[in-house]
Design a protein around this ligand. Structure first.
Ligand SMILES: C=C(O[C@H]1C=CC=C(C(=O)O)[C@@H]1O)C(=O)O
Length: 450
């Protein structure tokens, strides 16, 4: 089934033909996610949310792909067809889900380091392992014209026997080690970029823009991303963790602290996360840094722009409640954070909420068009999927998406990391530089030899 949608297309089966999604699932004793991933070739996914939901997937029962300005419409349409006739009523954690995400911009074309990453792509894994606080489920799915339930049952049995032969625990490999790093944006260039942005803000047509940099990291040995994610779990347990590997060419991974949206029924949860400071060496210094974050007019403005924009984007969809501002403290950085909830008036697909929110001014800017024009005219590298939505949705249109920051795209022994900062009227290039370096730390520390 291939549907042309101007310059978008949705392919709902690996061979381009339609069918019925047939899924079968069974509860399993827990097993090592890293050994599961090691046993599967791409496409592979890994998703872990701070609430304890953790999913790995291998193979593709179906892929949905879209590009261009209609990419959200095309995906919703494809998702509707893909999930139109669920053939079995599986327990909620065991249901098949589509995992993937978007490029920051609809016009993105896959090119190095983003080979294999179109403007939007989701995969329903052929084999999915879902761990909640209570249970672990194995789900096998097929989507093709002759997918019959007996064949899927038989495949489930085969996969289950193969998996139970894997070790329940697997020791992590040593970090790959860093051989060298290369910046896309030297410091003098950054200073010039930030000054040009603040001049444009002073001229009045731009209020905020998030400018980013990339850091190319050459590793001493090839990267084992599941092991890097395991190290990130230990250091950043309050963050999401994800791996998206559509093909063998490149893998996108990260540990973002920022939720774009979670939708369950009509309940939307999102947040404004913007404004950063380092962590202190002592509790006193840490407290001082937190106070300076809370009391800085500039940072409060940066955060206020994000809260107001999210509120305005959600208000047409339902009743919005903005909770009290807090500080999110991570191992190496702290951020201002305002939780935002909404109760939708009507049923909506999570992709519609993603479309309404992306890009928030925590990663784009305001007004959005002027911010994007500034980003395009300033940054000298491809954002690709950096700072864009990554996550999952299910047959009911529920799902969860993180903002893909604190992330990198890897191929063998080369990883490109990305980090950006919100620039407002009184931004100082040196302070913004230091904050960007802090944001590389999460992934850099997980790559560096111990
Ligand atoms: C754009 C990034 O961070 C965003 C999220 C939190 C704090 C931010 C800031 O302080 O500018 C950014 O808005 C990034 O990590 O690359």
């Amino acid at each position: 089934m291939t549907v042309s949608h101007r310059d978008s297309s949705v392919i709902a089966a690996p061979d381009g033909e339609g069918g019925t999604l047939v899924s079968r699932a069974r509860e399993l004793a827990d097993l090592s996610y890293r050994s599961f991933l090691a046993a599967h070739d791409p496409p592979r996914i890994h998703w872990a949310a701070p609430d304890g939901l953790e999913i790995v997937g291998g193979g593709a029962a179906a892929r949905l792909r879209a590009a261009g300005p209609d990419r959200f419409d095309a995906l919703r349409e494809g998702a509707g067809r893909l999930f139109s006739a669920p053939d079995a009523d599986l327990p909620s954690p065991a249901r098949p889900r589509a995992f993937g995400g978007f490029a920051f911009h609809a016009g993105h074309e896959p090119a190095p380091p983003w080979e294999g990453f179109p403007a939007a792509e989701f995969v329903v894994p052929r084999v999915q392992l879902t761990r909640t606080d209570e249970t672990t489920w194995l789900t096998v799915s097929r989507y093709d014209p002759d997918a019959d339930s007996e064949a899927v049952e038989a495949e489930l049995d085969r996969v289950r026997s193969a998996l139970t032969a894997h070790p329940a625990m697997q020791p992590s490999a040593a970090p790959p080690g860093i051989a060298s790093t290369t910046r896309t944006t030297p410091r003098e260039e950054w200073t010039r970029q930030v000054r040009a942005a603040t001049d444009r803000i002073a001229a009045g047509d731009l209020r905020k823009v998030v400018l980013a940099q990339a850091l190319e990291v050459e590793l001493e040995t090839a990267i084992a991303i599941p092991d890097v994610l395991e190290r990130l779990r230990r250091t950043y347990p309050e963050c999401y963790r994800f791996l998206i590997e559509p093909t063998e060419s490149a893998s996108f991974f990260g540990a973002p602290p920022e939720r774009l949206v979670s939708l369950s029924g009509r309940q939307v949860e999102t947040e404004a996360l913007a404004g950063s400071a380092a962590r202190g060496e002592s509790p006193e210094e840490d407290h001082e840094l937190m106070t300076s974050l809370l009391e800085s007019e500039k940072i409060q403005h940066e955060q206020g722009v994000v809260v107001d924009t999210i509120r305005e984007q959600l208000e047409p969809l339902g009743e919005v409640r903005v909770a009290e501002q807090t500080v999110r403290k991570l191992a190496t950085i702290q951020h201002l954070r305002t939780p935002i909830r909404a109760e939708l008036t009507d049923d909506e697909h999570v992709l519609s909420i993603v479309e309404a929110l992306h890009p928030t001014p925590a990663v784009g800017g305001l007004p959005p068009e002027e911010a994007w024009e500034t980003i395009r005219g300033t940054e000298t590298f491809e954002r690709g999927w950096y700072a864009a939505p990554v996550g999952w949705f299910d047959a009911d249109g529920n799902g969860e998406f993180a903002v893909a920051i604190r992330s990198g795209v890897a191929s063998d022994d080369l990883v490109t990391l990305f980090a950006g900062n919100g620039i407002v009227a009184d931004s100082d290039p040196d302070e913004e530089w230091e904050e960007v370096q802090l944001k590389y730390r999460a992934i850099l520390d997980a790559l560096a030899a111990e």
